[in-house]
Design a protein around this ligand. Structure first.
Ligand code: BGC
Length: 767
């Protein structure tokens, strides 16, 4: 059957349906129509053709592992693949889609995936930076713009959001997620989904999101990629699962499995995880795809060779096989042997076809391939100005001694460092779709920003690493030209000597974070730290503009540098956005969503930990037989939620309207915030709670809410939070959600440490 013949009938049915006023009926009818359509299509398909739909191959424009030698067009013609990913260019994608639709028996269109995780050609800050804005509206807008640009370029499926909670900055992929907090993660994940999928992911510029990496990938031991994870189930449910679940409840069309083990079983083959939790408990009915080559790599994990691994993954409920070709090459034989049933293959194939149907591909297979769209919809002035504004919200001001920042646009400013004139380094990881030649460097942006009023004295200062091989590793695809370090430092000091203030643009290069970019040392790279020390030794005021995809250990910098502005990787418009903040057009308002440790030895270090039986009683000293270090303090350098502003905010007394909470009741917490400085500013007011005693030990504090408020100088606002019993519960070891009676604490403040505390009692058991 060619499905195109059935479309007019379906359209007639949908017209009748528009008349129907009941929304839920309409949705049910749409589901019925989809099932009928897919059933009739599948009745005509052979087992081999169904297995072809389960096969996902890379187009090779960006690869993260082993690559099969493929000739895409022939694979499509032979109906051996259901989708392709990381192919760049609307023309190229249109040509492939045409083969699928016009040169195959059933004419089934392709899923076309890509890792569009923080923008397409208009690139936004990396997700970790975006999370520091605590701004769901900005994140939804970022995802919407990404979807508009990606869909205009042929892509219908993005492998985002990445919602893995991570508390280990050694892991390079911490850059791709929302940081360490489950609650914040569960608020931000749906914003991504809404932005990408729009109304229902069937509109012309709506694409399917893919929540990844299910599950627990961010807990890779030792911060090493693809490493082991082992975790109690209560911890999974109370902490790590929250963002995945929230994204699924927001209607994410697909989920990607992780590389790691869960309870000793590879995630993609874990039936408890994929069927019992994901599908049955959370009601996910979309497409479940593996991560890259996961099925084939199960053999190296010591779990099963390709054929058996394919059986296990299918049994677990995994629908689509990314790259390993295990499903396509082995399941027909496994069916003959009776190791899998045709029903299992049908279920997986149905989920792939459902995704295509929901995207509207059967109605209009070329809807994402209008090649004239690219010019009008990609990298537009409107998108770029949104990216610039959003970037300013993500920068975190870590230190600002004597209000050195913002800088005045007068005098002489020395701009020094390998990131200062590196336009190709502003986007960070997963930015293969951007065009660095269209970006401007910080040096150019600074000259534009100050015009004739100030002089910018630029000097590169040093390489990223002293060692060339190390630098090549750190900065493979977009290298920054190298020079001789000694000469560079001497030049820099000469430039600095004539300046009123020094701006040092230092940190990681774009590829030092992201996939396969774990680090064991989190200091500024060797020669850059030397340069910074030399600049500080001049005695001139120094601003460290820090480029990074992860928390770094900045203990020396915090003690010795006057101002530190963490700008992460701010995207294609980063240079102008940095100048907006540096010169005070905008005030920084980002707050850290991940703890900055003092030293690598403290990792994992996160604010919402459970107490030990011997908590440290005096952070300033070593306390024998208490939980602390001989050679390091316990507390972080910068805690979760921390970030300064160009203005200051005073917090009034925290007030609760009652000190007793009933099961169906609520407590209102309120606090008056006043802008006590001289500039307008945005504050992120944070609410935390603690369950003092419970049948499972609970964290010392957990974020439960936040408000972003903007205040003019002298202006005040009373911020209120409503606290209900449903917010305070937890999963016990039976994995039941309970809220136990007893004492609780409510805390409000500007970060996870500077908090006012009030106690209250919760009266009734909640199950
Ligand atoms: C990554 C995924 C990504 C996939 C496809 C893998 O190596 O882990 O996050 O979506 O490649 O590019």
């Amino acid at each position: 059957m060619n499905y195109k013949k059935t479309i007019p009938v379906l359209m007639a049915v949908s017209f009748i349906c528009v008349m129907c006023s009941c929304v839920s009926n309409r949705i049910e009818n749409a589901e019925v129509r989809m099932s009928e359509f897919i059933d009739s299509l599948m009745r005509e398909m052979t087992v081999e053709e169904k297995l072809g739909q389960l096969n996902l191959v890379t187009g090779g424009d960006m690869v993260t592992g082993h690559v099969m030698e493929v000739e895409l067009e022939n694979l499509i013609r032979r109906q051996e693949i259901g989708g392709v990913f990381n192919v760049k260019g609307a023309d190229k994608i249109l040509a492939l889609q045409k083969v699928a639709v016009e040169e195959t028996k059933h004419g089934i269109p392709l899923l076309v995936g890509a890792d569009i995780i923080h923008g397409y050609e208009t690139v936004f800050p990396i997700p970790l930076a975006l999370s520091c804005s605590f701004d769901t509206v900005a994140i939804e807008r970022m995802a919407r713009i990404s979807a508009i640009e990606a869909s205009a370029s042929g892509i219908n499926w993005t492998y985002s959001p990445m919602v893995d909670i991570c508390r280990d900055p050694r892991w390079g992929r911490i850059a791709e997620g929302n940081g360490e907090d489950p609650y914040l993660g569960s608020i931000l994940a749906p914003a991504y989904v809404r932005g990408y999928q729009g109304k229902n992911m069937s509109g012309k510029n709506e694409i399917m999101s893919c929540v990844k990496h299910f599950a627990l990938y961010g807990a890779s031991e030792a911060g090493r990629d693809y490493n082991v994870v082992d975790m109690s189930r209560q911890r999974m449910f109370n902490e790590y699962f929250l963002p995945y679940k929230a994204a699924i409840q927001a209607g994410a069309g697909s989920v990607m499995t992780s590389f790691n083990l869960i309870d000793g079983i590879p995630a993609a083959a874990n039936k408890w995880l994929m069927t019992d939790v994901l599908r049955k408990l959370w009601g996910f009915d979309g497409l479940l795809v593996t991560d890259y080559d996961v099925i084939s790599e199960m053999s190296k994990l010591g779990y099963a060779p390709l054929k058996e691994a394919s059986v296990k993954a299918l049994e677990a409920g995994t629908d689509m096989d990314m790259v390993s070709a295990g499903y396509f090459t082995t399941l027909a034989q496994s069916l003959k042997n009776g190791d899998v049933t045709e029903n299992m293959i049908d279920n997986a194939c149905r989920n792939v076809l459902k995704a295509k149907y929901r995207l509207g591909l059967f109605k209009d297979p070329y809807k994402y391939c209008d090649t004239t769209d690219v010019k009008h919809k990609v990298f537009t002035p409107e998108h770029r100005s949104a990216a610039r504004k959003i970037a300013t919200e993500t920068f975190v001001l870590l230190k600002n001694k004597k209000e050195l920042l913002p800088l005045s646009t007068n005098g002489k400013i020395a701009l020094i460092g390998p990131m200062a004139d590196a336009a190709n380094n502003m986007c960070g990881m997963w930015s293969m779709t951007c065009s660095p030649s269209k970006h401007i460097s910080l040096y150019d942006a600074m000259r534009d920003a100050v015009g004739e009023k100030a002089q910018i004295l630029y000097s590169k200062g040093c390489n990223i690493y002293r060692d060339e091989d190390m630098e090549n590793l750190a900065n493979g695809i977009r290298p920054i030209a190298r020079g001789d370090d000694q000469r560079l430092i001497a030049d820099a000091l000469r430039a600095a000597s004539g300046a009123d203030v020094i701006v040092a643009a230092l940190g990681e290069s774009a590829e030092m974070s992201g996939e396969s970019a774990s680090r064991a040392d989190l200091d500024l790279p060797d020669v850059q730290k030397e340069l910074l020390k030399a600049l500080v030794a001049t005695g001139k005021p120094v601003v460290l503009l820090l480029f990074t995809g992860r928390p770094l250990t900045l203990t020396w910098e915090d003690a010795n540098v006057d101002a530190i502005l963490n700008v992460w990787f701010g995207g294609s418009e980063a240079a102008n956005a940095i100048c907006d903040v540096l010169f005070g057009k905008e005030s920084p308002s980002g707050k850290l969503t991940v703890t900055f440790p003092r030293s690598v030895g403290q990792i994992p270090l996160y604010y919402n930990h459970v107490n030990t039986s011997r908590p440290d009683s005096d952070p300033a000293a070593f306390n024998r037989y208490q939980s602390n270090y001989i050679d390091e303090r316990n507390e972080p350098l910068y805690p979760f939620g921390y970030g300064l502003n160009y203005t200051t905010f005073a917090y009034g007394d925290l007030q609760l309207d009652t000190d007793t909470l009933t099961r169906d009741g609520k407590i209102t917490a309120s606090v008056k915030i006043t802008n006590t400085g001289k500039r307008k500013g945005t504050e992120i007011v944070q609410l935390y709670s603690r369950d003092t005693f419970a049948s499972l030990a609970r964290p010392v504090k957990e974020l439960k809410g936040f408000h972003r408020i903007t205040l003019k100088p002298g202006e005040s606002k009373v911020v209120t939070f409503e606290i209900t019993s449903a917010m305070l519960g937890f999963y016990n070891n039976e994995l039941e959600y309970v809220c136990e009676p007893g004492e609780f604490e409510i805390m409000v403040g500007p970060d996870s440490e500077k908090l006012s505390v009030k106690k209250f009692f919760y009266e009734e058991a909640f199950e």
